[in-house]
Design a protein around this ligand. Sequence first.
Ligand code: ADE
Ligand code: ZN
Length: 316
Amino acid sequence: MYEWLNALPKAELHLHLEGSLEPELLFALAERNKVALPWADVETLRKAYAFNNLQEFLDLYYQGAGVLRTEQDFYDLTWAYLERCKAQNVIHTEPFFDPQTHTDRGIPFEVVLTGICQALEDGREQLGISSGLILSFLRHLSEEEAQKTLDQALPFRDAFIAVGLDSSEKGHPPSKFQRVFDRARAEGFLAVAHAGEEGPPEYIWEALDLLKIERIDHGVRAVEDERLMQRIIDEQIPLTVCPLSNIKLCVFDHMRHHNILEMLERGVKVTVNSDDPAYFGGYVTENFAALHEHLGMTQEQARRLAQNSLDARLVK
Ligand code: ADE
Ligand code: ZN
């Protein structure tokens, strides 16, 4: 089944490039950039990948991203991810990056963007993988900081297809960024947002009604609100679900309790994604394989999930 799932053509619509930084590359970049690390070796770092919630993960994820400094680093990070895509027949990807994670450390916006975009271009030419980049705002930071980040992005508008919203969800509702998203959409960007991962269904309503998003990232808590479920089904709003992430971050206590197939069977346009594969134990195929192993996902269901991912692309 793993080989069959791996060969299935699919798109990945929820992937943080910083979350694809494997420990081996993290250590190599730390050495290249003379960054001191608090972990003795790769094994010790991997052992630290045990989280009780989103925030515990984010603390480590931002710390890990501290080794990324030069254009070449961002190129290498993105290229390593694209090679994984190639190996798993991911034919299209729409990755996120978090510029503020880097600009707040003094790395110029342009350095980050140029490295990522060069790799995406080479991925299109050399690997045949199409892509569209999503600039994600950090929701634990202020509206004003998000506005500044949008200002920095405008001279490079052709490099992006959309803006997104990620980081610590609880206490940072989508409404906090309504004006930023209004401006981004007026400038021609599409919009997506993380909502209903740890946060309540109300955050999903806000993301839809105030941020006017095309897709909901995660959205698994929508099942708590029947009226919301009906809207998501009626309007066929895609959900970019990340099964292994949800288990690692204790959104569900076990994969056998995950609701993705239940949503699929109710007619929700759910897709399978890896979120932060270096931290959560696998890329897209491993996420599909976990659904087969623990939820009995059939080949017919896998085909529908993969088709949903191709249908839900922002760049067609
Ligand atoms: N940033 C990286 N991964 C994330 C996730 N799963 N939720 C929110 N922000 C993130
Ligand atoms: Zn995410």
